[in-house]
Write a protein of this length. Structure first.
Length: 223
């Protein structure tokens, strides 16, 4: 397993502490295309020029205002602009930088799979049926990320390269709990939902396929 990180020393220390020895680390920053190109060159030396799976899970999320409705940006236009620019830099441009940097290695593999971690916040049904109006910038950026994966899938289908936008649902990350007045009340499938552009095996109609894998009914209350 190979990981790209911004702080090599800190991540390596954590791996050592957890007794994980099968991970090779390279430095990269999603907002720096040159660092991703350099990392890809380093990975190629380790893997003999190929890569089976590329998983893009880096993201920028403006936690301080994630709970904002769009109307709450009135008189906060500079904040809105900053959030959009920073989110785009990492989540959109960074995704394109990463795919383009590692695509030569993916092409040399027999597996040829690229996965981008998406979010339920980018799901139109969840937004409308669940009334989830918060996390506006993050949601829009993640939705754009889904389109990027679909565009790559359309372009590279003939080469057998498969692209997937995957929403993992709620994950225990160790992040401090954040108090909020927001409650997500929905009978929608929330736990695990994936967005999959049809691979080279059938269904090549250019449409996004959404499949609910499993779900939990109830109330989610961040507190």
């Amino acid at each position: 397993m190979i990981g790209l990180v911004r702080d090599l020393d800190a991540v390596q220390a954590r791996l050592t502490s957890d007794n994980i020895t099968n991970v090779k680390l390279f430095y990269a920053d999603m907002s720096d295309h040159q660092s991703l190109t350099k990392a890809a060159s380093g990975v190629a030396e380790v893997t003999d020029g190929s890569l089976d799976h590329l998983i893009i899970n880096a993201a920028y999320q403006p936690f301080d205002s994630w709970h904002y409705y769009l109307t709450e940006y009135v008189d906060k236009e500079e904040l809105l602009k900053t959030e959009v620019f920073r989110s785009t830099d990492v989540n959109i441009l960074g995704t394109i930088y990463a795919v383009n940097a590692f695509l030569p290695l993916i092409r040399n593999s027999d597996v040829k799979k690229v996965v981008s971690i998406s979010s339920g916040h980018a799901d139109m049904d969840l937004i409308l049926d669940g009334g989830v109006a918060v996390s506006s910038v993050y949601s829009a950026i993640k939705a754009a990320g889904n389109v990027i994966m679909a565009k790559y899938a359309a372009e590279l289908k003939s080469e057998g390269v498969k692209f997937l936008s995957l929403s993992p649902g709620y994950v225990l990350t160790g992040q401090p709990e954040r108090k909020s007045h927001i409650y997500l009340r929905t009978r929608y499938s929330l736990t695990f939902r994936s967005y999959c552009r049809a691979s080279s095996k059938g269904n090549g109609n250019g449409r996004t396929i959404c499949k609910s894998i499993s779900g939990v009914e109830g109330t989610y209350s961040p507190s």
